[in-house]
Design a binder for this molecule. Sequence first.
Ligand code: ZN
Length: 195
Amino acid sequence: MLLKLYQAGQLVLRKTAKPLTKQQLATKRTQEIIDYMIATLRDAPGVGLAAPQVGESLRIIIIEDKSSCHKKVDPKLLREQGRKTIPLLVLINPVLKVQGNQTNAYFEGCLSVEGYAGVVARAQTVTLTAWDRHGNAVSYEAHGWFARILQHEIDHLQGTLYTDKMLPASFMTVKNQAVLYGKALESKLRKTFAK
Ligand code: ZN
């Protein structure tokens, strides 16, 4: 089943999402929400989805970055971003820690801010602990694009959208991003949109 993608303006996107207990996670309802989130992400298509985006104020995020999502991205940009495929991850009650103070700045979009994109500076490296969908503890160290997706999705659980953090002058339609900045590397983005 595909779920409705809530758009900016709907208050569920601005609430702090609730953690799940292991009991809640094991329920049929929660497991169904996870399955429907996966179907919805793949249908969109997107690389990450947080439960508030489908109207559920719960600390669940899913991530998947398939090579088919990379086809429209300039290869030089992909390399600079450190973007590689990520297998499907379901993360429950994720806790993220920024490592070091290195950042990178690139365009990102959001399935809840449909049709737009903006440049956001994000930490280059993060570590994360969470449960998988069965309640087993998992941990990751993520760099580059993987770290960016994690930061974006976990922001959703705090009621934060990328538009709160972007370089304001970089906000534009996806169409203009593709036409005007489709091949722009980080140095150009920083120079163009710095305050
Ligand atoms: Zn988003």
